[in-house]
Design a protein around this ligand. Sequence first.
Ligand SMILES: Cc1cc2nc3c(=O)[nH]c(=O)nc-3n(C[C@H](O)[C@H](O)[C@H](O)COP(=O)(O)OP(=O)(O)OC[C@H]3O[C@@H](n4cnc5c(N)ncnc54)[C@H](O)[C@@H]3O)c2cc1C
Length: 372
Amino acid sequence: MPVQCGNLRSSVAVIGAGVSGLIAARELARRGIDVKVYDQKPKPGYPVRASGIFSISGLEGLGIGYKPAITNTLYGAMIYVGTKKMKVLSNEPQAYVLDRLRLNEICMEEAEKHGASIELGKRLDGETLDKIHNDSIIIGADGVPSLVASHFHFPPIHRHILTYRAEYGYSLEDTRLAELYFDKKTTPGFFAWISPESSNVTEIAVGVDSRYGNSKSAFDKFLQKRRARGIALHSKQISGSASIIPISLRKRLVNEREEVLLIGDAAGQTKPSTGGGIIFGGNAAITAAKAVAAHIRNGLPLTSYEKKWKSEFSKEIRLHEASRRIYSSKGFGIMLLIMKDLGIDSLLGTYGNMDKPTKIVKDIILRRKQHG
Ligand SMILES: Cc1cc2nc3c(=O)[nH]c(=O)nc-3n(C[C@H](O)[C@H](O)[C@H](O)COP(=O)(O)OP(=O)(O)OC[C@H]3O[C@@H](n4cnc5c(N)ncnc54)[C@H](O)[C@@H]3O)c2cc1C
């Protein structure tokens, strides 16, 4: 027997037209649910003028027609810890760099094509939210800080990474590789990266744990290093912006009584090791939309979303968190040498899965079994 819960509102309001909110709207609309998305920006796509790195397998699972947004293909990474370095390179493409604004436009077109309505340039406050909530279930996809989360008293997100990124009109020598720099003094609790956005645009960025530092001063410090300084000195800066990435999950993602759910950055659904949030948030959007549709149609509990998402991703989050602790530790440089010695660089090149570290472990065990 279906369980009857809450007031059973029959329409849905999604607050936030980032990728998570738009995927949720697309999935609800294609199930015939009346859904409206609100965003304060006239042209959403966060952060402004940015790109992002996304695993190909993760993107495929979100059902977005993302290909027109591809600006580069990555095959691996160079990892630097002080003077030590390790190359992880695959024969197969591992990730795409996507233009975030274009990706957002595609998600918006898909949501609208399925029947979602979208209202842009409307910043919601508590009062408007209450009015909308009178007859609509609320999905908070409003990033950090989330008005929906604070208005409906969700538990806090405890940890954040502060980032600063800038784009330069510079062509990297090898556009197949992202470069990652781990240095506790410059970027405590996180790392810096130099990434080929396209054949002629390079991103330089840093992240620091909000407890230990400030992203702009970390960025200025990183720019004093030879590699970054060389790029900045020999090219024109195109953009520069600071942002926040949440890296801990809220203890609760659903308020069943009020019929309110959180997804994406608003929920803290990112990989604590890299801050990547599109694949985790996109999966949450799909799971949440299914739960909301089942709630409206059959009275099933909204908490089924939280249970299902956590059962799929909690273990992955723990492993991402463990790898963040490892790379933030003093011994990471030595560990890198040991990993190279054990051939882990080539195993990662073959089996690396950016989203699901449990898959790497399973694939390596399977290979060992197959090869006796
Ligand atoms: C420097 C940097 C690099 C990153 N790189 C990657 C990467 O390579 N790969 C990856 O997967 N992830 C990356 N991320 C993380 C990724 O950007 C986020 O996880 C993702 O954008 C979250 O999507 P979202 O839809 O949940 O929220 P958002 O994209 O933050 O969207 C929230 C939307 O809500 C709207 N909003 C907020 N409040 C209100 C309000 N009161 N009223 C109306 N509208 C409101 C905002 O305008 C915004 O459009 C990066 C983040 C940063 C900062």
